[in-house]
Design a protein around this ligand. Structure first.
Ligand SMILES: Cc1cc2nc3c(=O)[nH]c(=O)nc-3n(C[C@H](O)[C@H](O)[C@H](O)COP(=O)(O)OP(=O)(O)OC[C@H]3O[C@@H](n4cnc5c(N)ncnc54)[C@H](O)[C@@H]3O)c2cc1C
Length: 263
C-alpha cells in the first residue's frame, strides 16, 4: 500500500500501485483481499494511469472494512479487477451527478473524466453532517477549473443547504435546465428517488448498485437483482435495465444466505 489518507472520521482512502487497476473506468470496482480476513468489493475512487496508481475509499462498517482501516502504508493487500460495468461518458452537454456517502467514491473519478470531455458537470453532494462530507475539496477544486458547479446538502444543516440531496436535485430538474444524463451512487433509497425523478423529467439515468458479492465473476449468484448479476451486468445499470427490476431496486436485497432483507 502506497498511501493511506483519512477522509472523514469513518472513511479512509487506500492508494496502491497496480497498472491494470489504474486503467480501470469510472464506475468499475475491484475485489480487495485483506489477508486472513476477507475479500470485499470496493469502487475505484482514483484512477491515475500515468502513475500506475489507483485507490479505494472505504467506510468502516464491519470486520473486513475495520481490518482494512487499521492497515498502514507498506502493508500488503491483494486486488482483483477492475471488474464490472462503467458509467457511460457523456461527451459535451450538461450532466448531473448525485452522490451520498461512499457513493462519492465512484462519482469522483467520473467527474474528473467528464470535465476532460468538456461536459458541464453539476455535482450534488449529500451527507448527514459536515464531518461526513466526502471529497468536498477534491470536487470543489476540480469544478472551479471547469464550467461545473458543486452544491452541497447536509441533513442537519451544518454545511450547504439543509435537507436531502434529492430535494435539491428535484428543484434543479424542475427549473427547466436540460440535463443529458443523471448519474447517481449512494444509499439505494436515494438512488431510487433519483431514478423516479429522471424518469419524470425524461433524462437518461445511470446508477451504481451494491449487493452482497462473493465470486465477483458471475458464477455464485450472490449479487442477483432480478435477471441481473450486479458483479457482471453492473454495478452501473442504465435506466432501461432498472425499469426491469423495479420490484427489487430500492426495496430489498439478498443476504449471503439468500434471505430477502428490506433495504
Ligand atoms: C460494487 C460494489 C462497490 C462498493 N464500493 C464501496 C466503496 O467504494 N466504499 C465502501 O466503503 N464500500 C463499498 N462497497 C460496500 C462494501 O463492499 C461493504 O461495506 C463491505 O463488503 C463490508 O464488509 P465488512 O466485512 O466490513 O462488513 P460486514 O460485517 O460484511 O457487514 C457490515 C454491514 O454492511 C452491510 N454490507 C456488507 N456488504 C454489503 C454490500 N455489498 N452491500 C450492501 N451492504 C453491505 C451488512 O449488511 C452489514 O450491515 C461496495 C460494494 C459493492 C458491491
Amino acid at each position: 500500500m502506497l498511501n493511506v489518507a483519512t477522509e472523514t472520521p469513518t472513511v479512509k482512502s487506500f492508494e496502491f500501485i497496480d497498472e491494470l487497476c489504474s486503467k480501470g473506468e469510472p464506475g468499475q470496482f475491484i475485489m480487495v483481499w485483506i489477508p486472513s480476513v476477507d475479500e470485499v468489493p470496493m469502487s475505484l475512487s482514483t484512477l491515475n494511469p500515468e502513475g500506475k496508481q489507483a485507490a479505494v475509499t472505504v467506510k468502516r462498517v464491519g470486520e473486513a472494512t475495520e481490518a482494512l482501516c487499521n492497515m498502514k502504508t507498506g502493508d500488503t493487500i491483494g486486488v482483483r479487477g477492475p471488474l464490472g460495468s462503467n458509467y457511460t461518458i457523456s461527451r459535451a452537454g450538461k450532466v448531473m451527478l448525485v452522490g451520498g456517502g461512499t457513493g462519492l467514491a465512484s462519482l469522483a473519478p467520473l467527474a474528473e473524466k467528464l470535465v476532460k470531455e468538456t461536459t458541464e458537470v453539476t455535482f450534488l453532494m449529500g451527507a448527514k453532517t459536515k464531518d461526513e462530507l466526502l471529497f468536498h475539496e477534491r470536487i470543489k477544486s476540480l469544478l472551479a477549473k471547469s464550467k461545473g458547479q458543486l452544491m452541497v446538502t447536509t441533513e442537519d444543516g451544518s454545511f450547504g443547504q439543509r435537507g436531502l440531496v434529492t430535494t435539491l436535485a428535484e428543484t434543479l430538474l424542475k427549473q427547466n435546465e436540460k440535463f443529458n444524463m443523471v448519474y447517481t451512487c449512494g444509499p439505494e433509497r436515494m438512488m431510487q428517488t433519483m431514478f423516479l425523478l429522471a424518469d419524470k423529467f425524461n433524462v437518461s439515468f445511470e446508477a451504481s448498485l451494491e449487493r452482497f458479492m462473493r465470486c465477483a465473476i458471475g458464477l455464485c449468484g450472490t449479487c442477483v437483482i432480478g435477471k441481473y448479476r450486479v458483479c457482471q451486468n453492473g454495478p452501473v445499470f442504465r435506466d432501461r435495465q432498472l425499469h426491469e427490476v423495479t420490484d427489487e431496486f430500492g426495496l430489498w436485497r439478498r443476504e449471503f444466505n439468500g434471505a430477502k432483507t428490506e433495504i
